[in-house]
Design a protein around this ligand. Sequence first.
Ligand code: HEC
Length: 165
Amino acid sequence: MLCPDLKRRKAMPGRIFVAGGGALALGIAAWLLAGMSDATRTAAPGMGNIADGKRLYGEYCASCHGANLEGAPNWQTPNPDGTLPAPPHDATGHTWHHDDTLLFEYIRLGGQAALAARGLTDFRSGMPPFGEILTDAEISSILAYIKSTWPSRIRESQARRNRGG
Ligand code: HEC
């Protein structure tokens, strides 16, 4: 089951999955697919305090992901060093394409380790680990804040992924 957005982007010339070349597209496809099947940790869905999450987001995440969750400018164009700019967490991004387990691990372990745990070792991640800085409850609050900004249609769609749908 391929992420629908990935399919759409592949068909659009000039977007990252085309511009970035086959290897990157393949790597991201593998990550998206792996993220959907592997449930190693539960992120306590529905938990978290939105106000706390908003404050923590501003403190730890906004510098890369944007003050209003809008992502870095030109986030779909890879940096010269092969990393990606930080994607948006609002409804225009792909955060909602991932289940809570993947989102939680991505924040706790950082991109490199979260992907390595899914067998993807050749991807250079620009997402640092926050497991030593934030508690699990704080990470849940940040996710609760991010989700609170999504329209209900998107929230429901992401919730279905947590149920394996
Ligand atoms: C130094 C810049 C930087 C900071 C700070 C940062 N991120 Fe990221 N983040 C990235 C990049 C770059 C990616 C894109 C994927 C990759 O490179 O692994 C990413 C990807 C992600 C993803 C997975 C992809 C997606 O669409 O959801 C999540 C979830 C995430 N970040 C959450 C956070 C949260 C929450 C914080 C604050 C606690 C944070 N990030 C702080 C750079 C950053």
